[in-house]
Design a protein around this ligand. Structure first.
Ligand code: HEM
Length: 737
């Protein structure tokens, strides 16, 4: 290898982690006071405000077409837009690093999966599927999870989702499922959601979609953050080891922060209040050094066991249940750098399932094989034939071949020949020993036909498995999601048939949905529920190993006269735990603390109550202070803040007179218990301490379930994400939000 790599490239390759960033730096410019504005052809400009024109005294005259600067500026602007992605148009990306902890050399010879000394640069793009580029982040939808590994052997792309299965088994159906899900053709409504006739019409008529639509009706489809969702390669790929033995593989990414979702009311409100919520969340975390991390795992099946399962392992509408095929975690993905420019880096990023490196290959998964054609093809119309030369897509290893020309070719290839073989023997193919890709010699024989094997016809067993494996709270969210979606279908044939389809999964579910959405309520299951469950399907299984509140947004509500002791204690504890405390005042100019406690300096809030709603925060805290609480008690917005946070199941903390505000807002005496003395009390995720003594606030020592101190209790409540008992016991339903 060393003979064919120029020194500059070699250095970039050897730099490993920084290799991609170094390469991008060569294409990067930065305006400063010392740079001067020029035309695209490099001539410095003196006037950027006036088009060249013919004026007479006191009279403006016509503009001259001869002005190259004026023409160029408008001309460039007119052509700024490129087609958005045909699916997954809305997204955001970041750079990071992939590290391997354990070699998988027993199953693959891919260096990225065997060399534990490597740090491979990556670019990851998260997305929604259905919406346009400007649609909201928090809609109910699948999330894309696409990773480009810039390995020393070429780019390897995993173009996955946050849901491990897909709607269809065969790529030929992709245009249909996407047409059905996207806005309807006659009026281009609705944007970025599946809640409409066409989507439910299609998935009902296309029963292989049943398993996947259960996943999209679950909380998986409304993640709290891109940082808190799993990633799956979905399709079945193959790995080949050094002795030529082949295994089937599925790829998994599991977030360090646990898998968490929004609640639906919050997701709906956020779509209007902050359509960029997920995009900003990712940038904020990275800017604050709370780098999101995922464990990387593989599930592998030896080639000889391909037919040992009661589902076809090449069917993308099926999971490989973890009880049957455990996930082996061998690496870690970390995101640690935001992009410098969205268009050139995130928008121009182009992923292809067909990008693999030696040791990794494809299977006969009929969805994957279609994808392998589609991605390359779509990049041609989105970006043009030389899209792989764009800085974000360019490999960090040498790219040397006889592909030539095409619009916007960047590379200048020296030499007299542009073909192989040639009389100079220039640029021969690599041998296996030199790291060349060797296709697995698979024996293929069969009948040419349009059909799939019998196991592909089972569309319901795993749908039942998923449903049965959900917790009670997840099932109730599933019911609410169906109720919402089908309420948006105004053609009875659509929701009536769908309710009938649910009898293939669970009669109780079908009856509950039927009652909510109207039409005949079924009295008979079309198929008996087998009652089996599996591990790894309920997202509540994926909690962080330790209580963690890093990067969680805590809104601290204050007004003049607030208690600075409690305020400072919470603020400091949140910072110490790498959470993000944000002060919400009655105004954004300085707010002054209770003069009797500390006289002097006030706090300049980050926001005021009208600027940011409770939906922006993971938890709310109200410090006491007599005057402050009197003011907040008279503010409908402040009371609504507390009610809404309670409705969205978020932890709420209050000290001193702040406890009174909580009681007034919730009006749930006897149901939510609050502190009445110097003992901290936790009740349904509401953590209170009436008599504040600095030593009683304590420090965050052990944020555990039964901790004594107020701070420990509050931090623990935040780490649990949401208080599900509040919903299970019907308390949030009693509060108006
Ligand atoms: C396992 C099922 C699938 C998964 C997990 C998946 C995932 C993704 C993801 C994550 C993206 C966004 C990539 C980015 O961030 O730029 C994407 C885009 C796309 N997908 Fe898929 N997809 C699936 C099935 C398919 C199928 C079956 C086809 C076509 C046969 C297809 C065609 C496309 C196209 C054309 C794009 C737009 C790419 C671009 O313009 O850059 N996908 N897909």
């Amino acid at each position: 290898m060393s003979n064919i790599i120029p020194p500059s490239v070699k250095q970039a390759v050897m730099g490993q982690k920084g290799a991609k960033l170094d390469q991008l730096a060569a294409h990067t410019v930065e305006p400063s006071k010392n740079t001067r504005i020029t035309s695209d052809f490099g001539t410095k400009q003196t006037n950027t405000d006036d088009w060249l024109r013919v004026n007479s005294e006191n009279q403006i005259g016509p503009m001259l077409l001869e002005d190259p600067f004026g023409r160029e500026k408008i001309h460039r602007f007119d052509h700024e837009r490129i087609p958005e992605r045909v699916v997954h148009a809305r997204g955001t990306g970041a750079f990071g690093t992939f590290r391997l902890f354990e070699s998988a050399e027993d199953v693959t010879h891919a260096n990225i999966l065997t060399d534990t000394s490597r740090e491979t640069p990556v670019f990851v793009r998260f997305s929604t599927v259905l919406g346009s580029r400007g649609s909201a982040d928090t809609v109910r939808d699948v999330r894309g999870f696409a990773i480009k590994f810039y390995t020393q052997e070429g780019n390897w792309d995993i173009v996955g989702n946050n849901i491990p299965v897909f709607f269809i088994q065969d790529a030929i159906k992709f245009p249909d499922i996407i047409h059905a899900g996207k806005p309807e053709p006659h009026n281009e409504v609705p944007q970025a959601q599946s809640a409409h006739n066409n989507f439910w019409d299609f998935v009902q008529m296309h029963s292989e979609a049943t398993h996947m639509f259960l996943w999209t009706m679950s909380d998986r489809a409304i993640p709290r953050s891109y940082r808190m969702m799993q990633g799956f390669g979905v399709n079945t790929f193959t790995l080949t080891n050094a002795s030529g033995k082949r295994s089937f593989v599925k790829f998994h990414f599991t977030p360090e922060l646990g898998v968490h979702s929004l609640v639906w009311d919050e997701a709906l409100k956020l779509a209007g209040q902050d359509p960029d919520f997920h995009r900003k969340d990712l940038m904020e975390a990275i800017d604050n050094g709370a780098y999101p991390k995922w464990k990387f795992g593989i599930q592998t099946i030896d080639e000889s066991q391909e037919h040992d399962f009661d589902f076809d392992i090449l069917d993308a509408t099926k999971v490989w249940p973890e009880d049957l095929v455990p996930v082996r975690y061998i690496g870690e993905l970390e995101l640690n750098k935001n992009v410098d420019e969205f268009f050139t880096q995130t928008e121009q990023a182009a992923f292809c399932t067909s990008h693999v490196v030696p040791g990794i290959g494809f299977s006969d998964d009929p969805l994957l094989q279609g994808r392998n054609f589609s991605y390359f093809d779509t990049q041609l119309s989105r970006l043009g034939v030389n899209w792989q030369e764009l800085p974000i897509n360019k490999p960090v290893c040498p790219v040397m071949n006889f592909n030539r020309d095409g619009a916007m070719r960047h590379t200048i290839s020296k030499g007299k020949v542009n073909y192989w073989p040639n009389r100079f023997e220039a640029q021969p193919p690599a041998t296996k020993e030199e790291g060349g890709y060797v296709d697995y010699p698979a024996r293929v024989a069969g009948i040419k036909e349009r059909a799939k094997s019998a196991k592909f016809k089972d569309h319901f067993s795993q749908a039942q498995l998923f449903f049965n494996s959900l917790s009670e709270i997840e099932k109730s969210h599933l019911l609410a999601a169906f109720s919402f979606e089908l309420d948006h279908c105004d053609e009875p044939v659509v929701y009536e048939r769908l309710v009938k389809r649910l009898t293939d999964i669970d009669l109780g579910l079908a009856q509950s949905v039927g009652q909510m959405v109207g039409g005949a309520i079924p009295d008979k299951a079309a198929r008996a529920n087998h009652g089996k469950k599996a591990k790894g399907l309920s997202q509540l299984e994926f909690l962080p190993d330790q209580p963690i509140i890093a990067s969680r947004r805590i809104g601290i509500i204050i007004a003049d006269g607030y208690d600075p002791i409690a305020f400072n204690a919470i603020y400091g504890a949140a910072k110490g735990a790498k959470a993000i405390p944000l002060v919400i005042g009655t105004r954004r100019s300085e707010i002054f603390p209770d003069g009797e406690s500390i006289s002097g300096k006030g706090t300049i809030p980050d926001h005021h109550l009208e600027g940011q709603r409770s939906t922006m925060f993971d938890a709310i805290f109200v410090p006491g202070g007599k005057q402050a609480i009197e003011t907040l008690s008279k503010s409908g917005r402040a009371l609504h803040y507390i009610r809404e946070a309670f409705g969205h199941l978020k932890p709420i903390g209050a000290t001193g007179e702040g406890v009174l505000l909580i009681e007034k807002a919730l009006q749930l005496p006897g149901q939510v218990t609050v502190s009445s003395d110097h003992e901290a009390v936790e009740s349904y995720g509401v953590v209170t301490l009436k008599n504040v003594q600095p030593e009683r606030l304590g420090e965050v020592v052990s944020a555990a379930k039964n901790a004594k101190g107020f701070l420990d209790k509050f931090v623990y409540a935040i780490s649990t994400h949401r208080c599900w008992d509040r919903e299970l016991d019907g308390l949030n339903a009693m509060v108006a939000y």
